[in-house]
Design a protein around this ligand. Structure first.
Ligand SMILES: [Zn+2]
Length: 414
């Protein structure tokens, strides 16, 4: 399928044209474009994935934008297929309700609401809920299951229509989508217009500080066009008539922030943590290039270490497989030059099994195949889940199989 690509010329948050290449990334296919055998003859292109730093506000972002229609309309991932996420959302809803104490019957709206997993918890606590999600099939299923979901991209225009029909929102949530949207200004204008005077916008996104400190560069993929830190976001909110009032860090996606913002005229105080985190980012230099140059050099050292080990073993006649077929593993596979070196990729998600990895077309097979095909080494591409994978396949190791953990440091098990 042809994807359309456009190049952004100015910062997504502040509009500045002072954009500098901060982290060069290898071009990659669309991370989630796993294909069935019937479509292997269709070429899959590689798209740039480089990160740029804004010289004015310090926002880190991708400038090469793949058309969101083709990225999100056929989205397959549903939240309730991931039990860990559902539990995360239960705690999320409880946290928001206990902090903000919206009156029962108030409107809680969410963009990128997927199958309604988060909104369902609010609904169970007596709130009125409304979801917005452009993935048509998922939106339809959510509505059928009792969580009304508009199958649209959220815009300021849609916000006005929602306010007219449903009234203002006491709570407005957006999880991860804040990293997905190219035109964030219009989205935030829409959020502000839909919020009640004392309403709060709650968003969760991967935190740039964790992306750097915990080697989460595999969360850089075409759906994620922004990699947020707090200083640029705080300025951006002010410019759009909002105010960032609180931030919590959590381990979602390996390291995220949950931010709380209100309309500029809102009465909630700004918590000290906001300015503390901004100061810490500045001290470490997240608004300047050297930090990213250093990060790139550390990634390159890890890439080289993994490759020299794997190349040596392949030269000795050993076979190598991968473990994990997701969007992040696509980025890792291409960043680390592994696409041509793996005989197959094992994955425990039945929806992925039988498909082929984006562009390199390595087959995705159930992890039981480790025991029949017996690769000498299996690279844990889904390295954040290494503990669970190693535990699940103790028998494989007892029978002579070895795992390669490429990140956060090269390690061979057993
Ligand atoms: Zn900027």
């Amino acid at each position: 399928m042809m994807q359309t690509l456009h190049r952004r010329e100015c910062c997504r948050l502040c509009g500045s044209r002072r954009l500098e290449l901060a982290l060069p990334m290898k071009a990659s296919p669309i991370g989630d474009a796993y294909v069935p055998a019937s479509r292997l003859n269709e070429p899959q292109d590689l798209y740039p994935l480089d990160l740029y730093l804004c010289g004015d506000c310090g926002h880190v972002q991708n400038l090469d934008i793949v058309d969101p229609e083709s990225l999100f309309r056929d989205y397959l991932f549903t939240t309730n297929s991931s039990s860990g996420l559902v539990e995360h959302f239960r705690a999320y809803a409880e946290d928001v309700l206990s902090r903000l104490k919206p009156r029962p019957g108030s409107l809680v709206a969410e963009i990128g609401s997927n199958d309604g997993s988060l909104l369902r918890f609010f609904k169970d606590k007596g709130m009125r809920v409304l979801g917005v999600d452009p993935a048509r099939d998922i939106a339809k299923q959510a509505t059928a299951s009792g969580i009304e979901t508009l199958p649209e991209f959220f815009t300021s225009e849609l916000a006005a229509q929602i306010r007219k029909k449903h009234g203002p929102a006491a709570v407005f949530c957006a999880n991860n989508v804040f990293a997905h949207i190219d035109n964030l200004t219009d989205i935030v204008f829409g959020i502000r217009d839909l919020l009640a005077q004392d309403g709060v916008f709650v968003f969760e996104v991967s935190y740039l500080v964790d992306i750097v400190d915990r080697f989460l560069f595999d969360t850089i993929y075409h759906e994620h066009v922004s990699h947020h830190s707090i200083a640029p976001l705080a300025k951006f909110f002010e410019k759009t008539g909002m105010q960032l009032i609180d931030v919590q860090r959590n381990m979602s996606k390996g390291g995220s922030i949950r931010g709380f913002a209100q309309r500029l005229e809102g009465k909630r105080p700004v918590q000290p943590i906001v300015n503390e985190l901004i100061a810490a980012e500045k001290t470490r230099g997240f608004d300047r290039l050297p930090l990213y140059r250093d990060y790139a050099a550390r990634i390159e050292r890890l890439r080289a270490a993994a490759n020299s080990f794997i190349d040596n073993e392949i030269a000795r006649g050993k076979t190598v497989a991968g473990y994990g077929a997701s969007t992040t593993t696509t980025t890792l596979m291409w960043s680390f030059d592994l696409a041509g070196k793996l005989a197959f990729v094992a994955d425990d998600n039945p929806k992925k099994q039988g498909l082929f990895c984006p562009a390199c077309h390595i087959p995705v097979l159930p992890s039981a195949e480790l025991y029949t095909r017996r690769p000498d080494y299996t690279v844990i591409l889904a390295w954040q889940y290494a503990d669970a994978i190693l535990k699940k396949h103790e028998r494989f190791m007892k029978e002579g199989g070895k795992f390669i953990l490429p990140l956060p440091a090269l390690k061979i098990f057993p």
